[in-house]
Design a protein around this ligand. Structure first.
Ligand SMILES: [Zn+2]
Length: 517
């Protein structure tokens, strides 16, 4: 490891004494080597965080932060910002000019190039303060003032207990997803569930005294479980970061980078028999990250590179899907059938016909008595009730299906309208490839679904390649081309501005950047 003080000493020797020529040769060879073995260069990094919690709410459970990691070598300076917020444009309280404003202020006050400022949001649904823009800039300014020499280490952890894929394939080939905004389909219709990505991508930055300065960790899951008291919260990734920070060197900062969590939910997201609680889930993620960190050693080196490219992606045309959904909506509405039952009479029948399948209407004794008398009045009533219950249950399932169609149709219609109003058939996005030591990260502004990330990782030429959505902007969901051809409708393929062709264009660009970085 080259200490900066050693470099300074070497220069002072150079400028004095008779060995000047010899030293010049040594330095020249040294700098030649530097381009390969990076002897003279040195990674330096600083961290800072600013509280961005909106406290003007009925209850705050835990704080939300803007955290900044400024990292540089001799030629490149990068600022990585993580925010406990849903998005930095389009949805939530942060306005669309946030990214440009923050970058301009950082360039002006810290001299960091706008395209080298990378901002990722956890996508938690916490509420932030009104001046989050100024506070973000403050965090970066503070981090830039505290740079110290560091060395980087990269590795992976594993966590598969805290999340689930929220998309399901149904027996009819269509796909639905798990939301609190609508009902699940009947159990018998569910044929298949999607994958998760249990990998935690980890970068550690250690100071020269061996203490940890920062842990950057990438994982894919919507942090939307909430806390039992309903208070403002940074959700599971706020808790995981706290566990990491509490168990490493004093002052260590944990930076959560949201991955391809577009179709990944916290486990048991729709449970109604216990209060949803993000804390145990976050604790598990934090502990799994700490466990992995024990096996990750940092090493000398100054490799730092960032490529930021603009990519034009095709906008969706949902006209056909909207037509198809509307006609399905009409068909379902027409298929509702009247029955003798309503909710009040249906529910007690459900209990009775499940408690005593053969003799639900009255006691067995009367069924036997009727049989003795040559009558079958109770059995006849049972047959009528069973038919009505079947019909009523069918109506309920149609109603539940209609809630899903109605919500997703509204999303699709909104984006169709916006895509037409945009007056262009493409949308420009920033794609970034970042390399710090052996840690390679690719970013995208949309909510990438997990298969996108798994594919990029599988095909990457670099062992430690990680993928972040929710970065440098926000363009809603970015599902696979196949998911966008869903015969039904789910949030990821309805709350989307992209045409199916986007995936190939993006993945081609990513492959190109990964080759370069
Ligand atoms: Zn989301």
């Amino acid at each position: 490891m080259n200490h900066p003080s050693q470099n300074t000493n070497r220069l002072s020797v150079l400028s004095s004494g008779p060995q000047r020529m010899l030293c010049f040769i040594v330095l020249a060879v040294g700098s030649l080597c530097a381009s390969r073995t990076v002897l003279a260069d040195q990674l330096r990094a600083g961290v800072a965080k600013v509280d961005i919690t909106n406290r003007d709410v009925p209850l705050v459970n835990d704080p939300l932060y803007a955290k900044a990691l400024v990292i540089k070598n001799d030629s490149t300076t990068v600022a990585i910002v993580t925010l406990d917020v849903v998005a930095i444009a389009e949805i939530g309280s942060i306005k669309n000019d946030y990214l440009a404003n923050v970058r301009a202020a950082i360039e002006k006050t810290c001299g960091i190039k706008p395209h080298n400022v990378l901002i990722n949001v956890s996508h938690c649904h916490g509420i932030v303060c009104a001046d989050v823009e100024q506070r973000t800039v403050q965090a970066v300014q503070a981090a830039a003032k505290t740079l110290v020499p560091v060395q980087a280490g990269t590795g992976t952890g594993h966590e598969d207990r805290i999340m689930e894929n929220r998309r399901m394939k149904l027996t009819d080939g269509s796909e639905v997803d798990v939301r609190r905004a609508y009902s699940m389909p009947p159990d018998v219709q569910v044929a298949e569930v999607g994958p998760i990505d249990p990998q935690i991508g980890i970068l550690r930055l250690d100071k020269q005294n061996g203490q940890t300065l920062a842990v950057v960790y990438n994982f894919a899951c919507h942090p939307i479980q909430g806390v039992p008291n309903g208070g403002n919260t940074a959700d599971m990734t706020g808790f995981s970061s706290r566990v990491i920070e509490d168990n490493l060197s004093e002052g260590t900062m944990a930076f959560f980078i949201q991955g391809c969590g577009g179709d990944i939910n916290p486990i048991m997201y729709k449970a109604v028999d216990h209060p949803g609680d993000a804390e145990p889930l976050g604790n598990l993620l934090g502990l799994s990250t700490l466990k992995a960190l024990r096996n990750i050693k940092s090493k000398p080196g100054s490799r730092l590179a960032l490529i930021n490219e603009s990519l034009a992606l095709p906008r969706a045309d949902f006209a056909e899907r909207i037509d198809a959904l509307q006609s399905e909506q009409r068909r379902l509405l027409k298929s509702l059938r009247g029955t003798n039952l309503n909710l009040k009479t249906f529910l007690p029948l459900v209990v009775k016909y499940n408690v005593s399948g053969d003799f639900p209407a009255y006691y067995t004794q009367l069924y036997l008595h009727e049989k003795q008398m040559g009558r079958e009045h109770l059995s006849r009533l049972d047959a009528v009730n069973r038919a009505n219950m079947k019909s009523y249950r069918r109506n309920i399932h149609i109603m539940e299906q209609l809630t899903r169609i109605q919500v997703n149709l509204a999303l699709m219609t909104k984006h169709q309208r916006n895509n037409i109003a945009a007056g262009t058939r493409v949308i420009d996005v920033e794609v970034v490839a970042l390399r710090i030591g052996d840690f390679v990260l690719v970013t995208f502004p949309g909510e990438l679904t997990v298969r996108i990330g798994l594919g990029i990782k599988r095909r990457s030429p670099h062992k430690n390649t990680f993928v972040a959505g929710y970065t440098n902007g926000y363009i809603y969901y970015a599902p696979t081309a196949e998911q966008l051809r869903n015969l039904g409708a789910a949030q990821e393929d309805s709350e989307c501005v992209l045409a199916p062709e986007w995936q190939k264009i993006f993945e081609t660009k990513v492959a190109e950047l990964l080759k370069k970085i």
